[in-house]
Design a protein around this ligand. Structure first.
Ligand code: GRF
Length: 190
């Protein structure tokens, strides 16, 4: 039986992308068929290539072009997309063509700390500034409204009064690495 083919979109370090690649390496039903990045010098590009994953890179003009992304995904026969630290806005027509087959990872408990400008350390800084006692991660379907697609799963972590930005980052990363692969697996196979 052919395996279900995932494309991972990533723009940076790609620790979550790498974690997904390793998790699905010998999976019987799912494979990572493509790593796509809008940044040629993103560390994930070299790391994924070193692991023997097919990699495609484009500029930001192409990243905003739905037909370009559609053609790319057709070429690799992609069934599902996972956005793991992908920092470009995805064109609406492309999102529609992967309706309920595109998953995003967000480092807060949406709807809190979502939307424009809320990515990476900006999220954690806002959480600390607001004196939140908890934060967490959200794994959700992508729709045309930024950070507002249907929530698939959320995982919480406490924020101590003395917590630093580094502490929050580490706690969030731990949740992401622990849960994203199995949630993606379960969502695709259900
Ligand atoms: C993660 O915190 C993810 O939630 C966010 O960007 C970060 C990416 O980290 N969207 P990495 O590139 O996977 O290491």
């Amino acid at each position: 039986m052919n395996r279900i083919r995932i494309a991972i979109f990533a723009s940076g370090t790609g620790s979550n992308a790498l974690n997904l690649i390793r998790f699905f390496e010998n999976h019987p039903r799912i494979e990572v068929a493509l790593l796509y990045s809008n940044k040629a010098d993103a560390p994930i590009v070299a790391s994924a290539r070193a692991l023997g994953i097919e990699v495609e890179v484009s500029d930001n003009v192409q990243a905003a072009d739905a037909p370009f992304l559609q053609t790319l995904c057709t070429r690799y026969a992609i069934d599902w997309i996972v956005l793991a630290g992908y920092l470009r806005l995805i064109p609406s027509a492309f999102i529609r063509s992967f309706d309920r087959r595109m998953i995003n990872l967000h480092p807060s408990l949406l709807p809190k700390y979502g939307g424009k400008g809320m990515y990476g350390h900006h999220v954690h800084e806002a959480v600390l500034a607001a004196g939140e006692t908890h934060t967490g991660i959200t794994i959700h379907f992508v729709n045309e409204h930024f950070d507002k697609g249907e929530i698939i799963a959320q995982f919480h972590t406490p924020v101590a009064e003395s917590a630093s930005l580094k502490d929050v980052e580490a706690a969030i990363r731990y949740l992401e690495h622990s849960y994203l692969p199995t949630v993606v697996e379960r969502t695709i196979l259900r």
